[in-house]
Ligand binder design. Structure first.
Ligand code: IVH
Length: 665
C-alpha cells in the first residue's frame, strides 16, 4: 500500500468507527486502537500535505487558529415553531389540520431537543457548510467547529441526494455539561446556566480545538432540498439515518389524537432518563405534500407545533431572605428554603433577582412558595400559595436599605432593576472583586493569584487595595495557608513583572465602570496619560470615538473620588505605566486618510488583525459593517454572500489583498 492508499484506508476506517461509536453507540474497537489509527493518519497527512482533505476524520480534533465567523444567508429561512403548553391547544392544532386537509393524515411525534439549531449543507456526500440559525435569515458559518462533533458525518454513505440541507440540534449531553461546569468552578470561571447555553457558547468559540474537547452531540430532524427521497418526513429521517446521520430513535408516527397524547404523556416523565436535555414534543404533519398544502404563517409552519413540558415545580417554605453583594456592588436577594427535591437535586436556595420580583410576588416570610428549575441550574421562585399563608403583616419581605457587608446606604440607578452598594472603595466583596479584576489575564495578568489567595491576603490584612500588592514581600506571605517559599517568591515576582504592562491595560485594570478593554484602548490612545484623562471635560470625553454620555459620566465620577486618586498616586509610585509609550511611527502614512474600510473573508499574506493594524497605520478607519459610507472592502477568500450582495447593491469597490498591499506600499 502506498501512502495515498493507506491514507484513504485510514480515513474510511476512522469514519466508520466514529459512526459506530457516536451514532450507533456500538464501538467495535477500543479507544486506544482508535487513537492509534488517528495518530497514524495525522502523521501521514503531515508528511503528505498534497493529500489534504477538508473532510478527513482528522479535522475532528480542531485547530487552534482563531477566526471570525462569516455570515451566510440561509437558502431556506430557518423558521421557529408555534409553542403551546396546553393539551387543549394540541387538540386545536390536530382539529385544524384535520379540517384543512380533509383527508387521512399522520403526525410525526418527535422529542424537542433543547440545544442550539444548526443547518448542515452536503454536496456530493460531503459536509460543505454548517450555519447557525442566527436571525433565521442569516447565521454564522461555524463549519470548522461543527466538524469536531463526532456524531455529524463528514462524508456520507448509501444513496444520498447530490445536494441537500439537513437541520437539527446541537446539544451538550448532561454528562459533558456537568463535567465542564465542574472544571469551570475549579478554575473559578462563570458557570453555564444550562446545557443549551453551554452548547451555543461552545459553538461560537474561536478555537475549534476547545470545541473538540467539549464533547457536543447532535440530532438531525429536518431534511430540505430539491431531491428529497420520500413524501414522508419520518421516512426521510430513516433514510438519513442510513446515510450516516444521528436521528432520534424515539420518533414515532401517530394516526390518532389519542396516540399523540400517549406519546406526550410517556415522554413527560421518561425524558428525565435521556442523556440530553429536552423541553417538549414536536408534532409534524408527516406528508410533505400535506405540509405544503397547509403552508406557513409569517413566522412558523402551519403543519407543526411544539408542545412544551411544564418546568418541574415543587412547593416549600421560605425561611428567610439573605442578600449577596457582587463585585460591582449589585445586591442579589436569595431565598433560603426548607430543603426540597427538584429534578433530581435538593434545593435549599433560590435567586429572587431584585426588589421588583419580591414585590411582584408579595412575599412573606413563612410563605409556601413554588420553586422551578426550568433547565437553569439556579432555581427560581415562581409563585406563592397564598391560601397557605399565616397572615402576619409584619412578615412581609422588605428589601434591605443598607449593605449587609459594609452598612452603606444602597442606591438604585435609573433604569436598572438592581440595588447597588455605592461604597466601591471600602465594601469588602467589592474590594476583593476589584483586586481580582485587576490581576486578571486581560488586565495586569498576575500569575499565581486566584480569588482564594486574594481572600486570604484580604482577611489577614495584607492587601486592602490593588496598590498594597506592590508592597508585598515574600517574607510577608510565605507560611500563610498553602503558601510555600517558592509560591511566595513567584507571586512577588509576577506582581513585579506586571509593572511593565502597557497603560491601556492598566487603565482597564482599574475597573472603572463601563470601561472595558476596547474603551480603555481608545482612551489611552486619545488622552495619552492618566493626568490628561483625569482632567478631561465631559465634552472632551464624549468627543472620543465610541464614548457616549454613560461612559463619560462614569469616568468623571471615578476621578471625582479622592480615594481613587490616592490609589492611582500609589500605583504610580510603585512604577506602573500611566502614560502611553512613545509609538514607533516609522511606516506610518496617510494614504488611507478619511477612508472607512470593511475587512471580510480569509487572507493569505497577513492575518485580519495585521490588516486592521495596517489600515490604521495608514490613516484609515476600520468599520464593522458595510454602509453607503464605506470606501472599499478589503476582501479575502470566502467573503460572506450577504456582505457581497450588500456591497454590490451599494456599488462599493471590492479590493483584493494584493491590490490593497500595492495601494499602501
Ligand atoms: S423542527 C420548521 N424538530 O425547536 C420546523 N425543531 O421552535 C423547524 N427543535 O429552532 C424545526 N427539536 O431549534 C424541529 N424535533 C425537532 C426539534 C426542533 C428541537 C428546536 C429547533 C427550532 C425550535 C423551534
Amino acid at each position: 500500500m502506498n501512502a495515498k492508499e493507506r491514507i484513504d484506508w485510514l480515513r474510511n476506517e476512522l469514519h466508520q468507527h466514529n459512526h459506530n461509536y457516536y451514532v450507533l453507540n456500538a464501538p467495535t474497537i477500543s479507544d486506544k486502537e482508535f487513537d492509534d489509527l488517528m495518530r497514524e493518519l495525522q502523521d501521514l497527512e503531515k508528511a503528505h500535505p498534497e493529500y489534504q482533505d477538508d473532510n478527513s476524520p482528522s479535522m475532528r480534533v480542531g485547530s487552534d487558529l482563531n477566526k471570525n465567523f462569516t455570515q451566510v444567508t440561509h437558502k431556506y429561512p430557518m423558521l421557529s415553531l408555534g409553542n403551546t403548553y396546553s393539551e387543549a391547544e394540541v387538540t386545536d392544532f390536530y382539529n385544524r389540520v384535520k379540517s384543512q386537509l380533509n383527508e387521512e393524515f399522520e403526525i410525526c411525534c418527535e422529542l424537542k431537543y433543547d440545544g442550539t439549531s444548526i443547518s448542515l449543507t452536503y454536496e456530493e456526500g460531503k459536509l460543505v457548510r454548517a450555519v447557525t440559525r442566527g436571525d433565521g435569515e442569516k447565521g454564522d458559518d461555524v463549519t470548522d467547529n461543527v466538524k469536531t462533533i463526532r456524531s455529524i458525518p463528514l462524508v456520507l454513505h448509501g444513496n444520498y441526494p447530490k445536494s441537500f440541507e439537513i437541520r437539527g440540534e446541537i446539544l451538550m449531553p448532561w454528562e459533558s455539561f456537568e463535567r465542564l461546569n465542574q472544571e469551570r468552578e475549579a478554575r473559578e470561571e462563570p458557570l453555564f446556566a444550562n446545557p443549551r447555553n453551554a452548547a451555543s457558547g461552545t459553538l461560537k468559540l474561536q478555537n475549534s480545538s476547545i470545541v473538540a474537547s467539549r464533547k457536543l452531540d447532535a440530532y438531525l430532524y429536518y431534511l430540505l432540498g430539491e431531491e428529497i427521497p420520500s413524501d414522508g418526513h419520518y421516512e426521510n429521517l430513516q433514510a438519513a439515518m442510513l446515510w450516516g446521520f444521528k436521528v432520534s430513535e424515539h420518533t414515532r408516527k401517530a394516526r390518532t389524537l389519542q396516540q399523540v397524547f400517549d406519546y406526550i404523556n410517556y415522554w413527560d416523565t421518561e425524558r428525565k432518563n435521556l442523556p440530553v436535555a429536552t423541553d417538549g414534543i414536536v408534532l409534524k404533519v408527516n406528508s410533505l405534500r400535506q405540509q405544503k398544502n397547509l403552508g406557513y404563517t409569517a413566522k412558523s409552519p402551519r403543519w407543526a407545533i411544539a408542545y412544551k413540558f411544564q418546568a418541574e415545580r415543587a412547593l416549600t417554605r421560605l425561611n428567610k431572605v439573605t442578600y449577596q453583594v457582587g463585585r460591582t456592588g449589585a445586591i442579589t436577594p436569595v431565598a433560603n428554603l426548607d430543603p426540597v427535591q427538584l429534578s433530581g437535586t435538593v434545593v435549599k436556595r433560590a435567586s429572587l433577582h431584585n426588589a421588583d420580583i419580591i414585590e411582584g410576588l408579595d412575599l412573606h416570610i413563612g410563605d409556601m412558595v413554588y420553586v422551578e428549575k426550568g433547565g437553569e441550574i439556579i432555581p427560581k421562585i415562581t409563585g406563592v400559595d397564598t391560601d397557605a399563608r399565616l397572615m402576619l403583616e409584619g412578615d412581609k419581605v422588605r428589601f434591605i436599605t443598607h449593605c449587609p457587608e459594609c452598612g452603606c446606604k444602597l442606591v438604585r440607578y435609573e433604569g436598572e432593576a438592581a440595588h447597588y452598594c455605592p461604597n466601591e472603595t471600602a465594601c469588602p466583596p467589592q474590594i476583593k472583586g476589584k483586586i481580582e479584576h485587576f490581576i486578571s489575564r486581560k488586565a495586569m495578568n498576575i500569575d499565581g493569584l486566584g480569588p482564594e489567595t486574594i481572600d486570604m491576603f484580604y482577611r489577614t490584612g495584607l492587601v486592602k487595595n490593588t496598590a498594597d500588592l506592590y508592597q508585598l514581600r515574600a517574607i510577608d506571605i510565605r507560611g500563610l495557608e498553602r503558601m510555600g517559599d517558592k509560591s511566595a517568591v513567584n507571586i512577588v515576582h509576577s506582581i513585579a513583572s506586571s509593572k511593565s504592562v502597557p497603560f491601556e491595560r492598566v487603565l482597564f485594570a482599574l475597573g472603572i465602570r463601563f470601561v472595558g478593554e476596547t474603551v480603555a484602548k481608545k482612551l489611552a490612545k486619545t488622552f495619552k496619560d492618566i493626568d490628561t484623562l483625569a482632567a478631561a471635560t465631559l465634552e472632551e470625553l464624549k468627543n472620543t470615538d465610541e464614548i457616549g454620555e454613560k461612559i463619560a459620566q462614569s469616568i468623571q465620577t471615578y476621578f471625582a473620588n479622592s480615594a481613587n486618586n490616592q490609589l492611582i498616586e500609589r500605583l504610580k509610585a510603585a512604577g506602573l505605566q500611566f502614560a502611553r509609550a512613545e509609538e514607533d511611527t516609522t511606516g506610518y502614512t496617510d494614504k488611507l486618510l478619511g477612508q472607512s474600510i470593511v475587512i471580510s473573508g480569509v487572507f493569505t499574506h497577513h492575518s485580519r488583525d495585521e490588516y486592521k493594524e495596517l489600515i490604521e497605520r495608514n490613516g484609515g478607519k476600520n468599520v464593522g459593517s458595510i454602509s453607503s459610507k464605506t470606501s472599499f472592502i478589503l476582501a479575502g477568500d470566502n467573503m460572506g454572500p450577504a456582505k457581497l450582495e450588500k456591497a454590490q447593491k451599494l456599488s462599493i469597490r471590492i479590493m483584493s489583498e494584493d491590490e490593497f498591499l500595492d495601494l499602501i506600499s
